[in-house]
Design a protein around this ligand. Structure first.
Ligand code: GTR
Length: 416
């Protein structure tokens, strides 16, 4: 009797897992490691004219080449900075482990601007604090159930946009207790995540009144989101309570692609963290495992520039791959996280992207991932290039945050 009910429970659990996987694994894509095609990665340490890169002095020139390729072929041009100011006095209140400040950043000139509602948590500290900077998905008020958080827009009616809806992704108290600050804004308040309307956000400030599909190397939505993170950093540099030399840029999924691109362009970010970023982020695209270029360009045509469309089903023609995007963070610490059930994002591909960026780090005298073998589950490796794969789904969890804080303590010094 007991055995039967146990067998039933296991069967139920298995069917639940299968259902979960079916949802996370769109059909018609490869999830079988033995079917990954053989591929050759573009050389990281060879200049476009064929010169080998063997000395640290050659790094800036090679870095520039890779950055230009990414601007031209993948994410589009990175617009020049615009002025940033705080619009009115922040709304401040206390919580158990620190202070909450809500304010609006006005980005741009007096006649052409974008107003971005921002949320800042500061721990109790009498020293300038390091902060984690990253966007949230559904709105600042979803970060915590705190009733004092301002809702930007109408009162939400669905669970996904309710107060505190994404609180599990923002363990604010744990972060504050470890003396880190948190600054966030809703990514859609910067640029709408919509193929038709994305130019109604930050793009208005970049000039050019394009319509329709993205131009060849026009700034993509990911490009605009990354640009916005740098504008928030411009503001953080003016706040004496924040140690602007210890700003850690992070993001999950599409925002993990964004944090990588922000860190590549803006060397003021002290650490770059990319959580479950998958295709177009940390994953080696030539593996064609899970999501592919053709699929992402079809589902999200506004995420990448026009030139990127020519690589649909032509991965081998792409002059870059994710190891090169990751190498743009060097010599700064960079961290990647995968999740076992997140096969759509290709966990092994994410790891290999980080692994193959290693030569750039070693050239600059830093330690990188040593083994090509995927680390054991829940066993983080925290050299200057850090990585873990945890149990569970596509998400950002307290487990992920704990590793990020350990990594930041280790590489930037423990926050006080
Ligand atoms: C998926 C997309 C992924 C990832 C994810 C997310 O639909 O295919 O590349 O970015 O969205 O951002 O949640």
């Amino acid at each position: 009797m007991r055995t039967t009910s146990l067998a039933l429970s296991i069967a139920l659990l298995m069917s639940f897992i299968a259902l979960e996987e079916a949802v996370a694994q769109p059909k018609g894509f490869n999830y079988d490691e033995s079917k990954v095609p053989s591929y050759t990665l573009p050389e990281l340490l060879v200049m476009r004219d064929g010169t080998k890169v063997t000395k640290p002095e050659q790094w800036p020139a090679r870095r520039k080449e890779i950055l230009e390729l990414y601007k031209d072929q993948v994410f589009g041009q990175m617009p020049a900075a615009k002025p940033v100011k705080v619009l009115q006095q922040p709304k401040v209140h206390q919580i158990e482990n620190g202070t909450v400040e809500q304010f609006t950043l006005r980005i741009g000139s007096d006649d052409k601007y974008l107003d971005l509602p921002a949320l800042l948590y500061l721990p109790k500290s009498d020293k300038p604090v390091p902060v984690f900077l990253g966007y949230n998905f559904p709105g600042n008020h979803t970060v915590s159930a705190d009733p004092q958080l301002i809702i930007n827009g109408p009162e939400p009616t669905d669970a996904k946009h309710a107060r505190g809806a994404s609180a599990s992704r923002w363990p604010i108290d744990e972060i504050l207790k470890r003396r880190y600050g948190v600054v966030t804004a809703c990514y859609q308040d910067l640029t709408p995540d919509n193929g038709k309307t994305f130019r109604t956000g930050a793009h208005r400030l970049f000039g050019g009144e394009n319509q329709g599909e993205l131009g060849a190397n026009e700034t993509s939505a990911i490009g605009a989101w990354a640009w916005g993170l740098s504008r928030i950093l411009d503001h953080l540099e003016t706040d004496k309570r924040i140690d602007a030399k210890r700003v850690i840029v992070h993001g999950h999924s599409r925002l993990g692609k964004t944090s990588l691109w922000a860190g590549a362009n803006d060397e003021r970010f002290a650490i770059v963290i990319s959580n479950n970023s998958g295709e177009g982020g940390a994953a080696i695209t030539r593996r064609r495992f899970g999501e592919t270029i053709a699929r992402i360009n079809t589902s999200f045509p506004h995420w990448f520039c026009g030139n990127y469309k020519q690589y649909n089903d032509q991965e081998d023609k792409l002059p870059v791959d994710s190891h090169m995007l990751i190498a743009l963070a060097a010599p700064r610490p960079v961290y990647f996280a995968s999740a076992v059930e997140d096969t759509w994002a290709d966990p092994r591909g994410e790891f290999l992207g980080a692994f193959h960026a290693g030569p750039f780090y070693r050239l600059l005298g830093k330690e990188a991932l040593e083994s090509e073998k995927l680390p054991e589950v829940n066993q983080p490796v925290q050299t200057t290039v850090g990585y873990h794969i945890r149990t569970g789904k596509h998400d950002i969890t307290l487990y992920d945050w704990t590793q990020y804080m350990d990594f930041a303590d280790k590489h930037l010094g423990k926050a006080k």
